[in-house]
Design a binder for this molecule. Sequence first.
Ligand SMILES: Cc1ncc(COP(=O)(O)O)c(C=O)c1O
Length: 359
Amino acid sequence: MARKHNFCAGPAALPESVLTQAQSELLEWRDAGASIMELSHRSAEFQSVIELAETRLRRLLAISEDYAVLFLQGGASQQFAAIPQNLGSQSRAADYVVTGQWSKKALAEGGRFVNTSVAASSANDNYSSVPAFDSWVLNPDAAFLHYCPNETIGGLEFPWIPEATAPLVADMSSTLLSRPLDVNRFGVIYAGAQKNIGPAGLALVIVRRELLGGASESCPATLNWAVAESNQSMYNTPPTFAIYLAGLVFEWLENLGGLEAMAAINQRKATMLYTLIDESSFYGNPIEPSCRSLMNVPFTLADDSLDSIFLAEAEEAGLLNLKGHRSVGGMRASIYNAVPESSVHALCDFMQDFEGRHG
Ligand SMILES: Cc1ncc(COP(=O)(O)O)c(C=O)c1O
């Protein structure tokens, strides 16, 4: 078996030790006589799994009891529709900041349920920067302000957290758990699991409890956060295996030293890659340097006719999933938590070698 260097944007690499542990417990979890996948979500065994996963997540992010932690079905996109239905029933107005493809999608879906306004957008500079906060136009009646702190496709990341009077709602799909975070600044944090949390099929929602209970009449029960909260994320059958695996990932993070330790590793990985790109005239990154993503590093070749050769040779060298998103082209290396520093070293070595031969 040869696991290769995996730079996929999602579903992304998982820690090898987590996969090994899951493998060792696959046929029989502890002494349950069955796999965790084969046990009732109401069983004492699964109860202990979901409770421990939540405890670990709360410890990692210092989440207080003022917040509910929900493990939900579906991905982040489902939350694009859940957010306005849970928060927008009174004011029916909401502000959105658009800094790339994902916040654009959230805006489009939000518009099906509430009156959306674009508080700020960086469309004019092709989503290569974060609009200065003093240029934002905020609606005082907005039920919430939505933004995407890390745009996975464009590789654009907010270097600061907005100050808002309306509850701040953040799509943290591709940044949550990459570093410490002050959860108290947010009304709602949500994320699809398939980057830094676990396998696809699970979404995490961390919501300030005082925001629960105001969902619109027409909000489906499966999207209603208050229903999820009062049923301990088990209004219907939850994605049990994904929650189990997320729990193992949280344990892995705690054993590593928590999010401070993870952040230091992530910073080293990103610095290594951006330094190589910046010191070369062969590679480029279009994002304003202060807004570059720690997790998703898009890059272009000065001669884009070499793109397909780059990708083919990279794959041959054991470097997988470096093709940029179909909407932007070029290359993208996603260097999430579970991508080890050795993989980024291998990528940098390959890029230097490729430049030497083709530059
Ligand atoms: C920032 C962000 N938001 C939302 C999504 C959509 O997630 P899902 O496919 O889980 O619905 C993604 C997926 O990559 C993402 O990166």
